[in-house]
Structure formats: C-alpha cells, structure tokens
Design a protein around this ligand. Structure first.
Ligand code: 5AD
Ligand code: SF4
Length: 439
C-alpha cells in the first residue's frame, strides 16, 4: 500500500510555490498526498518567520503532531524560513522532529528521508547549508490548475532593518531568463491562466546575470508568449521601480492592472531607520508616475506601524501617504521584533498598546478607501478570470478582475479557468457582485 504524505504551508507565495515542489517530490517517491494528518506517514511543516505570530502557530502545530507521531510513527519534517533560522535549536523543544531543512535544500528530501528510514542510528537530519545556491528546478503542478507561480529569484540584499528574510533566505540570486520563459510556456501550454512571478525583490531581477536579463525584458518576453493568460508579480521594491518596467506594463495588457508596492512607512525619518532607500516624497512621486502612465492601475501595499522610535507625527505621515496613494488594499502589520536584525537593537521600542491603537486607526482609514474604490466599479463591465465555486456559496462562481478584485456571479461550473465579462451590480468593500454578460 502507498504511504501518505501531507504538506502544511505557512507564510508567503514563495512558500506556497515551494510546497507545490515538495508535493511533487513526494509523488515521485510514490507517496499519496493527503490533507488528513491522522492518516499521514510523513508530514511537512513549511514555515515562515517574518513576524512573531508565525512561530507561535508553528509551536502549536508541532505539539499536535507529537500525538500523531506517537500513534503511527509519522515522520515530522520542518522546512522553510523558521526551520532555516532555528536549525538544530528546534530539537531542544521538539526532539521528535526528524528532519530540519531550509527550502534551498528541498531537492535533498529523498536522500534525507532515506537516511532517517534506513539507518536506525540517524536520529535527525539537519540541512541548513547551501544558502547561497539556486535550488534545483522542480516542475510542480499547482492545486487549482489556474494559477502557477515561478520563482525568478531567491534571497535579498536589502537588509531592511526590521526584516529577517536576508538572514534566512541568503543573498540575491536569479534564475536565467531563458529558463523562466521556457517554464512559463510550459505552464501556459498546460492550461494555466495566471502566471505569478516570485522573488523577494522582483525588480532587482537580473543582478549577476547578463545585461539583457532585466526585469523589463523578462516581462516583455513573457508577454510575447502566445495564449490568453495574465501575469502578476510580487514584490517589487519602490527604490528599484525603473521606468522601463513601467513602460512594459503600460503597453502589455497581459500584465495585471494591480501592483503591490510596499510602503512600510510614510515617514522619511522612519524609512531611513528602516534602511528602505527612499523618502516619503520619492515614494509618492513613484505612485504618481505609475498612475499617470497606467491610469487603470490598482495599487496595494504593505505597511508596518510602531517601528522603534515612531512618533505620532511619523504615523500621521503614514496616514497621509495612505490617503494620497489610495491603495486598493493594504497588508498592515504591527512591528514585530526579530532577533538578529538591526531594528531589534534600536532604542525606543513602542508598547503594544500604542502599536495596536495605530494599527486600528490605519485599518479604519484603509477600509474607507477600499470601500470608495470598490464603489467605482458599479455598472462597469469587467473581464474576469473564473477561479471556481465560491468558498461560502457553492452555487456562485468566484472570479478576479485584472485589478485583483473578487467578483461573485452566477454561472456554470464549466466557466472555471476561463476569462469572461461580468457586469458589476453591487459593490461591497471586499467583494463585487455581478452577472455574466452573454456573448
Ligand atoms: N514586523 C512587522 N512586519 C514585518 N514585515 C517584515 N518584517 C516585519 C517585522 N519585523 C512585513 C513587511 C513586509 C511583509 C512581508 O511583512 O511589511 O513587506
Ligand atoms: Fe525584507 Fe526588505 Fe528584503 Fe523585503 S526587501 S525581504 S522587507 S529585507
């Protein structure tokens, strides 16, 4: 009988992508993939460590898994950023973990499993080295058959002072352009309709490669591939958002009309402490330029409140930028201390109460803006990509606009994975409701 394996994913799109690769590796080893932890023989926790909350969740899950392991000898493998950061320290609290590995090493899963299973003397395998190498290419399939993601680069050289990523994902390294274009072609041929390009800093793409291998050229080459599909990418860095990239987006409708441009803070003083490399004015000028050249663009962002030394005045600058940028949505976080980063050593850490209070005010403002933007869709006809039945109501289809707005409408399940036109009748803050426009 086939053995079962399970992959549980935390964190960002990069982890979602790498979890798909882990599944592929396990299928190649003849495992059957299941989501049922009670009946699994090998379980992977693909972890995140970008904020404190992530670790707490993982500790809870590891506690849970001990019971399953005691019952049926399930092997426990911990991968991802938290595993890379903690390494063998994890064994002090959780001695029953079998394998600890950073995601640059997932290609070594077969040998690590073999070592644990065939050599009784081996209690644990720890693979946190090779942080500077490109992981091997593994062609995974993605669950929904609509969106495929491609890692175009790994690691980060920016060292924003709050961020643990450069310490757990190593230095920047990029995948050759020809390989990415080839992979995109294969995904489009397989029927995927949305291609998501991933890197910690997508618009530094090409550093260390040939002169032609720039992010703008990569986007253009991908758009030149025949077929009906949409391209998204996360995340660009505002400092590296060059004009050639804006031009390529402007002239290629295949590129989604939604850009994620992390602000982090609206205060020039705090941005400097964060080592972000731009001022409030430079950021606003970039947003202005993008909106002028690509008028139908939606912009989303990431914001941290309560960074060390942030005053009320600094925070008001953040609110000011939020008002002026008019984000469609924002991911908003309270600053969370990460040991080993520069910000952790700074003076002037703020209390949770202040961070909380600022976060609530920021969320209130952003919600108002999101609602306002949603309401502008009333009566419009939008081309959407149908993702499948809505999670809440199976009789309704869930789809997305190029600007990444969710649109629900009644329609046949056979439309899944197709682009269709929908007329928007009702606009709620986070969801639009419409009807299919018959061709
Ligand atoms: N505290 C709070 N938020 C953080 N982020 C990264 N590090 C921290 C931290 N220490 C946020 C940033 C980043 C997003 C992925 O997570 O906003 O863009
Ligand atoms: Fe972290 Fe800054 Fe690199 Fe993003 S750009 S991963 S926030 S260090």
């Amino acid at each position: 009988m086939k053995k079962n394996a399970t992959v549980i994913t935390y964190g960002c799109q990069m982890n979602v992508n790498e979890s798909a690769k882990i599944r592929k590796i396990m299928e190649n080893l003849d495992y059957n993939m299941t989501e049922d932890i009670e009946s699994t023989d090998v379980v992977f926790l693909n972890t995140c460590t970008v904020r404190e909350g992530a670790a707490t969740q993982i500790y809870g899950k590891l506690g849970d898994l001990k019971r399953v392991r005691d019952k049926r000898g399930t092997k426990i493998i911990i991968t991802g950023c938290f595993a890379q950061e903690q390494g063998k320290k994890l064994l002090e609290k959780f001695p029953y973990i079998d394998i600890i590995m950073g995601n640059q090493n997932i290609g070594r899963i077969p040998e690590a499993l073999d070592e644990i299973e065939s050599n009784k003397k081996v209690k644990h395998v720890i693979l946190t080295e090779y942080e500077e190498q490109l992981p091997p290419r593994i062609d995974a399939d993605f669950d929904n058959k609509i969106t495929a993601s491609i890692s175009i680069g790994y690691g980060c050289n920016n060292f924003c002072t709050y961020c643990i990523v450069p310490y757990v994902r190593g230095r920047e390294r990029y995948v050759p352009m020809a390989e990415i274009v080839e992979q995109t072609k294969e995904f489009v041929k397989k029927g995927y309709k949305e291609i998501m390009l991933l890197a910690q800093n997508v618009n530094s793409y090409g550093r260390g490669l040939s002169k032609e291998e720039t992010f703008a050229n990569l986007l253009q080459n991908i758009c030149d591939i025949d077929g009906d599909f949409i391209v998204r990418f996360v995340s660009p860095h505002p400092r590296d958002f060059t004009d050639d990239v804006i031009d390529v987006i402007a002239k290629n409708p295949k590129i989604a009309r939604c850009l994620h441009i992390p602000l982090q803070s609206g205060s020039t003083r705090i941005l400097k402490l964060m080592n972000r490399g731009y001022t409030k004015e430079q950021y606003l000028a970039l947003i202005d330029k993008i909106k002028t050249r690509i008028p139908d663009i939606a912009i989303t962002t990431d914001i941290i409140v309560g960074f060390p030394q942030e005053t009320e005045e600094d925070f008001l600058d953040t609110l000011d930028v939020v008002r002026k940028s008019k984000y469609d949505t924002a991911f908003m976080f309270m600053y969370s201390i990460r040991q080993g980063t520069k910000a952790a050593e700074m003076d002037g850490h703020l209390s949770d109460d202040i961070k909380h209070e600022r976060l609530q005010r920021l969320i209130a403002l952003q919600t108002e803006i999101s609602k306002e933007i949603s309401e502008t869709y009333a009566g419009r006809v939008e081309r959407v990509l149908v993702e499948g039945p809505s999670k809440k109501n199976k009789d309704v289809l869930s789809s997305r606009t190029s600007t990444n707005k969710i649109v629900l409408f009644e329609g046949d399940k056979s439309l899944e994975g197709h682009f269709v036109d929908v007329k928007i009748n009702e606009c709620k803050t986070w969801t639009l409701y419409g009807e299919l426009v018959q061709e």
